[in-house]
Design a protein around this ligand. Structure first.
Ligand code: TYD
Length: 201
C-alpha cells in the first residue's frame, strides 16, 4: 500500500540524527514512487523561514512569547505547505512539528503541555500528524551541533530527552533507538510508515 496524504513527523533531541534520517527516508520513498514533500520547523514556508533565524538567534525569550511565535509559524506552515501537499495526495514529512513545542516550550520551559496544545489548535489550520517518530538517544554523545549543545548544557539536553520520552509514552509515538545503525533506523521508519498506510486504507 503506497502511503498517500499522510503526515509524518520526526522528533528528537538535538543530535539524534533526525535530519539525516529524513533525507534517507524521503529518498527511499521517492524511489518507491511515493510523492513526498519534505519540510521542517521552525520554517517550512516563506513566513516561518524568515522567523527561523530570528527565533533561533534569541538567547532569552519569554517562554510564552516563544510558544506563540512557534505557533504562529506553524499555522502558516500548515496553511501554505502541509495542507496543500496533503490535498494533492502527497505524503508530508516534517523535521520537527508541534511535538517540539510540547517538549521545549512545555515540558522544559514550564508551560502546561495541554495549554501549548490548545494554543496551537486555536487555529483550525493546525492539524495533528498521522505518525510521530521519536529518535531517542540515551546520552548526548552523538551531538553534532556542538555550539547549540554547549550553549544550553547537558542538563537541558537531558530535560529535553526525558520530556520526549514521557510524551512519546503518553501519545503513543513510535520510538526508535537512535543508537542503531543508519540503515536499521531507516528500515524501521519505512516499515512503520507502510504499516500505518496499510491500516489507514
Ligand atoms: P535546529 O537548528 O533546527 O535544530 P535540530 O537540528 O536539532 O532540529 O533548531 C531547532 C531548535 O528549535 C531546536 O533546539 C528545538 C527548537 N524548537 C522549539 O523550541 N519549539 C518548536 O516548536 C520547534 C519547532 C523547535
Amino acid at each position: 500500500m503506497i502511503p498517500r496524504s499522510s503526515f509524518v513527523v520526526f522528533e528528537g533531541v538535538d543530535g539524534s540524527g533526525k535530519s539525516t534520517q529524513l533525507e534517507r527516508v524521503t529518498q527511499l520513498l521517492r524511489k518507491e514512487g511515493v510523492l513526498v514533500t519534505a519540510t521542517r520547523e521552525p520554517g517550512g514556508c516563506g513566513f516561518a523561514e524568515s522567523l527561523r533565524s530570528l527565533i533561533l538567534d534569541q538567547d532569552e525569550l519569554d517562554p510564552w512569547a516563544e510558544a506563540m511565535v512557534m505557533g504562529a509559524s506553524r499555522i502558516e506552515h500548515c496553511r501554505t505547505t502541509i495542507r496543500p501537499a496533503l490535498a494533492r495526495g502527497e505524503m508530508v514529512i516534517s523535521d520537527r512539528y508541534l511535538g517540539s513545542s510540547l517538549v521545549y516550550q512545555g515540558m522544559v520551559n514550564g508551560i502546561d503541555v495541554e495549554e501549548i496544545y490548545r494554543l496551537n489548535h486555536l487555529s483550525a489550520e493546525v492539524i495533528d500528524p498521522d505518525l510521530v517518530v521519536l529518535l531517542d538517544l540515551e546520552s548526548p554523545r552523538k551531538i553534532s551541533d556542538q555550539s547549540t549543545f554547549e550553549k544550553r548544557g547537558e542538563a537541558f539536553w537531558f530535560a529535553v530527552r526525558d520530556g520526549y520520552r514521557e510524551l512519546a509514552e503518553r501519545f503513543g509515538w513510535f520510538i526508535i533507538d537512535a543508537e542503531m545503525g543508519l540503515e536499521d533506523i531507516t528500515e524501521a521508519i519505512i516499515g512503520r510508515i507502510f504499516e500505518k498506510a496499510g491500516s489507514k486504507s
